[in-house]
Ligand binder design. Structure first.
Ligand code: H2U
Ligand code: ZN
Length: 349
């Protein structure tokens, strides 16, 4: 007996138009009832100030420098920077196998709050707005440097994501060359813009707003959705509703709306498994080299590793490492669960 292909129940591949890559979706494995445990793993309660924390105000960092007694946010050059500004440019190609290119740039650490015990999800909207402003400032300042072609802002949240310290912080790495992931997005957005004369992600957000099945939440300036091609179980894409290429181009109202969106999205994430939800997130903005970037649309990716509970994560192993990413839970089911999650934080109820 043959039946018609139904992506809601049959294994299928979905194409990521931002990278051109495919992922395998196996929804039939989810037709079984919800089996995962959902025990919560409460964070050990943290002090507002931790004398041994290298990010808390007034404390000493590795290398002997002392943090100022900052009130809101604080940025410093990473004491163990992966990139340096004074690396001479150059390239070596000594055989068909040994090709290297010099890379130079800047690595900074961005403290989101003086409070050791907070996370973005637990900060107030005005404090999150200051983080938005800081992201925009950092991207603009580094992007102006003629030696910087791309600025990557990101946050590793939670020990499971390799974060070295619970103090709320992110990083910025800025490089001369365009790294692998944004290079794929640059290529695919350029192809789309040439073919359709419009921004891919701006067109995409309109289609998603009319379909609604993958939307998690929206406000006047922003939309958060589980992309059709999501790889991580509760992956989301945060998109502006107008054409924007750089964070610095956001208006004050759009920055407030972004703070609102982040507060609500991250609260839903925490509530999903009653835990301080781990993730890696980051902004993808247009490259900062000379040249035309009209095809670009600013956006943020959130890649959380959790699958079923505070302690059960999705492993990207075997088939994923060797063939292609695979998921059971569909993007639509993940969006349903995030839509059902409350915007009142579980620690407040
Ligand atoms: P995570 O975002 O992965 O936690 O990294 C924090 C960064 O802080 C890490 O890149 C830097 C590390 O190099 N760091 C300092 O710059 N100074 C210190 O005193 C400790 C850690
Ligand atoms: Zn601290």
């Amino acid at each position: 007996m043959t039946s018609l292909f139904d992506p809601a129940q049959h294994p299928h591949r979905r194409r990521n138009p931002l990278t051109g890559e495919w992922i395998l979706v196996s929804p039939h494995r989810m037709l079984r009832p919800w089996q995962g445990q959902t025990e919560s793993e409460l964070r050990p309660s943290l002090p507002r100030y931790e004398p041994d924390c290298y990010l808390c105000p007034g404390n000493e960092r590795a290398g002997g420098l002392t943090n100022p007694v900052y009130d809101h946010t604080f940025v410093f050059t990473n004491d163990f920077a992966a990139l340096q500004t004074d690396t001479p440019d150059g390239e070596t190609r000594s055989s068909r196998f040994f090709h290297s290119q010099a890379e130079n740039g800047v690595c900074r650490v961005i403290c989101f709050s003086p409070r050791h015990d907070l996370t973005l999800a637990r900060m107030g909207r005005p404090a999150i707005r200051r983080v938005v402003d800081l992201w925009a400032e950092q991207a603009a300042e580094l992007g102006l440097d003629p030696n910087i072609g791309y600025v990557q802002l990101f946050e590793n949240r939670g020990a499971i994501m390799g974060s070295s310290n619970p103090h709320p912080h992110g990083q910025v790495w800025a490089t001369r060359r365009l790294p692998t992931e944004p290079a794929k997005e640059d290529r695919e957005q350029r192809v789309y813009f040439k073919r359709y004369g419009a921004s891919m992600l701006l067109d995409y957000v309109e289609v998603e707003l009319s379909e609604r099945t993958r939307i998690v939440l929206a406000n006047e300036s922003w939309v958060a959705l589980v992309p059709f091609w999501a790889v991580w179980p509760f992956e989301t894409l945060v998109l502006p509703r107008r054409h924007v290429t750089q964070l610095a181009d956001l208006t004050p109202l759009e920055r407030d709306a972004l703070a609102d969106m982040l507060k609500r999205l991250l609260t839903r994430y925490d509530n999903l498994f009653a835990t301080s939800f781990p993730y890696s997130m980051g902004w993808h903005a247009a490259p900062t080299d000379e040249g035309d970037h009209l095809h670009w649309q600013l956006h943020a990716h959130f890649y959380p590793p959790l699958l079923r509970s505070a302690t059960v994560k999705k492993f990207m192993v075997g088939y994923e490492m060797l063939a292609a990413p695979q998921r059971d839970l569909t993007a639509e089911q993940a969006a349903d669960q995030l839509r059902l999650a409350s915007e009142v934080h579980f620690e407040d109820v």
